[in-house]
Design a protein around this ligand. Structure first.
Ligand code: SF4
Length: 365
């Protein structure tokens, strides 16, 4: 969505505007208002968005937590069938890359939608139902570090009953310009919390914005649901800077092997070696260097800025007691009161997709 179209929506009194903020935006928006890269300013951004006319603001990290919970369930069934590796499906850059360059690996992608799409689908279903709001009256806007998310929001296979779950995507740079045009200065904004029902996220959901974060989140949940020690997770390697990182988690007889690929420039080296790929259970591929903190919708991404933003996300995680997606109380309530269980019929209808059909749908219409 173009920023001018979002500005028109802001003046439409018939729409209830609901925003979500991606974790990478939460540690970079400040740079456009004179703060150090990595400063977590999402509490002020929530206030600023409400001043603009947004009614509710949610955390995309909540959606990231759900992705991990759904993926964990999918992983269980794949492990029984020996279908490895699972490749993350949260990055539309990676999804398009695999569709075009490695179509034989598309079936390896997790079927769960991205955190943005999961959050969007739940805004227009779960939240709308609980708040007695007609989904058609909602305008769902996502504040993202990523320009490719604009195209992702329009993909046919991510719609539910033919309807968009995210109506518009605005980047970090674009939202800062809109705030400035409206004379909203972040330093003058109060701190405000995300709205309830979909506003609590674990530290695992927060670190999704960093290279290695998606893998670390998956590993934390895997260890937790299998009663294995979280302390054995190799954080140093997961959080490293190298283009390709191999992580092994071992506890007793369990051995879980993961590969983290930091940016698409490093992907082909391994994706061409199908035999080698099979030895990993999970492969994280994020298209941008450093992960979403280095997205094309972000302020200028120097090496130093990227590292500070990544550090900012890990600091948020450090400050949170809640580390594991399956322990998130709002997510437990969501399953108890609405979805039933991970990979239930309802969860599949709202939160999963099949990327195999994507090329046909997207490029023939
Ligand atoms: S890694 Fe880059 S392309 Fe992928 S979701 Fe993040 S910002 Fe978008």
């Amino acid at each position: 969505m173009r920023p001018d179209l979002f500005k028109q929506v802001l003046s439409d009194k018939n729409k209830i505007i609901i925003a979500q903020i991606a974790p990478a935006v939460q540690v970079s928006i400040g740079e456009l208002f004179g703060y150090e890269p990595g400063t977590p300013l999402y509490k002020k951004l929530i206030f600023a968005l409400k001043k603009l006319g947004v009614k509710y603001v949610f955390d995309t990290s909540f959606g990231a937590d759900i992705c991990v919970v759904e993926e964990s369930k999918e992983f269980e069934s794949r492990i029984k069938q020996g279908e490895f590796p699972i490749i993350n499906s949260c990055c539309p850059g990676t999804v398009s890359f695999l569709e075009h360059a490695y179509p034989d690996l598309v079936g390896n992608m997790a079927t769960v939608k991205s955190p943005m799409e999961v959050t969007g689908a739940l805004i227009k279903s779960y939240f709308a139902e609980k708040m007695n709001i007609l989904p058609d009256n909602i305008f769902s806007i996502a504040i993202m570090p990523c320009v490719i998310k604009k195209a992702e929001a329009l993909r046919p296979e991510l719609r539910v009953k033919g309807k968009l779950m995210v109506d518009g995507v605005i980047t970090t740079k674009e939202i800062s310009e809109i705030l400035k045009e409206n004379n909203i200065e972040l330093s003058k904004c109060e701190d405000m919390d995300f709205d309830s029902l979909m506003g609590t996220a674990s530290g695992a959901g927060k670190i999704f914005g960093s290279s290695g974060g998606v893998g670390e989140a998956a590993l934390r949940n895997y260890a937790y649901i299998n009663n294995l020690p979280l302390e054995k997770i190799d954080k140093k390697n997961l959080r490293g800077e190298e283009g390709i990182r191999e992580i092994t988690y071992s506890s007793g007889k369990i051995e879980f092997k993961m590969l983290v690929i930091n940016s698409l420039r490093n992907a082909s080296i391994l994706l061409n070696d199908k035999e080698k790929l099979k030895k990993y259970h999970f492969v994280e591929i994020m298209a941008c260097l450093g992960g979403c903190v280095g997205g094309a919708g972000q302020p200028q991404s120097t090496k130093e800025n990227l590292e500070k933003r990544r550090k900012g996300l890990y600091q948020i995680d450090e400050g949170l007691k809640l580390k594991v997606p399956s322990q998130n109380p709002e997510i437990q309530k969501l399953y108890e009161n609405y979805l039933g269980s991970p990979m239930s019929r309802k969860a599949k209808q709202l939160l999963h997709t099949g990327f195999e059909e994507t090329c046909v749908d997207c490029y023939q219409n």
